[in-house]
Design a protein around this ligand. Structure first.
Ligand SMILES: [Zn+2]
Length: 252
């Protein structure tokens, strides 16, 4: 993935996806409060609404989508992925992911340590975006997105997947409940592979393997840990919960 500086807005994109897309960082926005500075994209975190609006305007202009074309998620740590279209623009849904094949619709998911994932099938012209928290990850939200894309004509072979910066194994200490849920839902082998004996978990590895399990081959993941690099990214864990939020966007 490439780091882009567009008039001060720092974000990440990949040449493997030719349509407008990107993962924001915390740099290049106008939010002033130290824990929200600068590029906070959360509307309910106590930020000034005009600052958040301006941040969205800057991201849209940097990445190249229409600011007023976004469909929003009320992220509820589910594995629900909805198929949306133009009629859903500016609406907010109780889910953690979207797919569409309509031009002029921008899919957005917000994160601050959780895993943002973007999906693109250039042959079928179908896109997807997912917020994979640990519960969504073990409930297979990434596979639900592939399924929803395939219902719109995509095939796993043709889907390119980008996994943005998120909390990595170095910093992601989990509880017994995480390990127990993983064991119950995904079995012993996966649990042993992705949760260490001292309870550090690898969400990127888990999402990658679950995508490969349904036939996706072209997967690129950021090597950045949001918690280690909290000067570049908002991190829930590094900030002990007092933080802004980033967003991943994709649009046909
Ligand atoms: Zn780390």
């Amino acid at each position: 993935m490439k780091k882009i500086n567009s008039e001060g807005v720092i974000y990440f994109r990949s040449d493997s996806i030719p349509v407008p897309h990107g993962f924001s960082t915390r740099l290049g926005g106008v939010s002033k409060k130290p824990h929200l500075a600068e590029m906070n994209l959360g509307k309910n975190l106590g930020d000034d609404p005009p600052a958040v609006e301006e941040n969205y305007r800057r991201m849209a202009s940097a990445i190249g989508f229409e600011k007023d074309s976004i469909v929003f998620t009320n992220q509820i740590h589910s594995a629900t992925v909805l198929t949306v279209g133009k009629e859903d623009i500016d609406k907010t849904y109780d889910c953690d992911g979207f797919v569409t094949r309509e031009k002029g619709v921008t899919l957005a998911v917000r994160t601050a340590d959780c895993v943002p994932i973007l999906f693109y099938d250039g042959k079928a012209e179908v896109i997807g975006a997912v917020h994979a928290g640990w519960r969504g990850t073990v409930d297979r939200i990434q596979q639900n997105c592939i399924k929803a894309m395939c219902e719109l004509g995509a095939t796993p072979d043709n889907i390119t997947v980008l996994i943005g910066a998120c909390i990595h194994k170095c910093c992601y200490k989990v509880g017994e409940d995480f390990r127990n849920t993983l064991y119950e839902k995904l079995g012993r082998n996966m649990t042993d592979r992705y949760v260490s004996d001292d309870l550090y978990a690898d969400l990127v590895g888990l999402n990658r393997e679950l995508l490969e399990e349904v036939g996706v081959k072209n997967i690129t993941a950021s090597s950045d840990c949001t918690c280690c690099k909290s000067d570049l990214y908002f991190s829930h864990r590094a900030s002990k919960g007092k933080r802004g939020v980033m967003s991943a966007f994709i649009s046909l």
